[in-house]
Design a binder for this molecule. Sequence first.
Ligand code: C5P
Length: 289
Amino acid sequence: MIYRSYAKINLYLDVLERRADGFHDLETIFQSVSLHDELHFESADEGIELVCSNPALDCGNSNLVMRAARAILAHCPEPRGVRIRLEKNVPMAAGLAGGSGNAAATLIALNELWDAGLDLDTLAQIGLDLGSDVPFCLVGGTVAATGRGEELLPIAPLPETWFVLLHPPFPMPTGSVFEHPALHKCGARGDRQYSEAFEGALRGWGRNPLSDLCYNAMESAAFAMRPELGPLKSRLAEAGCTAALMSGSGPTLFGICGSEEQAVQIAEQFPDVDRTIVCDVPVGVERID
Ligand code: C5P
């Protein structure tokens, strides 16, 4: 069995306040994009084995793929085994939910391979223990979310959109961005259920252009930690993007482009940065064999 796990970007991300469990309440809009990893699953008599194309990735027991596999195994009545090969293309600790996507693909694939018979809600509950973005990654496409990012709300799919992703050459640990004193939190909503912008997006894409929606509260902290990110984001706008934004807790930056051709033209203006041209995709995980 071969599966793709797609990267995500956040078109909108507001941080409300820190909760008693240490996580922050969010309002966010996720979008799956075409950049993806590939996972190969081969049944084995026993044991869980993981190898990865990127030697920088720890394939030990703490790897999210290993943890996802063990969680499914715990729901299987009989002993099961698997050999997993991960072809890594999505940068790690980059705000693209690469690891969460790998975990989501593993949950879906092994539920199938091992006949565990778990429904999507159960997979999402198991996934939330692995990471806040895993429940979204199981579904993918265009999804609004609240809570830690696991309360998924229906929203219209984005019309075909092209993006240039810029990949700064350093990771950003999500926890430290959330803990940074410069993080701008908007606090509890009080009388309002959601922010005006978030509510507008929930009503559909017809009313407001996507570029008006783009907002990420985590830029306040990430740009304080890495001052080179602010000017890099400005360059995307100067290069002709209709909007530019950081994804998740960063450091990935993305620019919205009018067409694939324009995305190619804009990407050429960043010979000094690792970059990818992507478009929106309607799923988070996809079986391809
Ligand atoms: O869930 P995930 O593993 O992505 O979270 C990594 C860290 O980011 C958490 O340990 C927490 O410090 C922070 N976080 C948060 N609020 C969220 C999601 C993550 O504070 N909604």
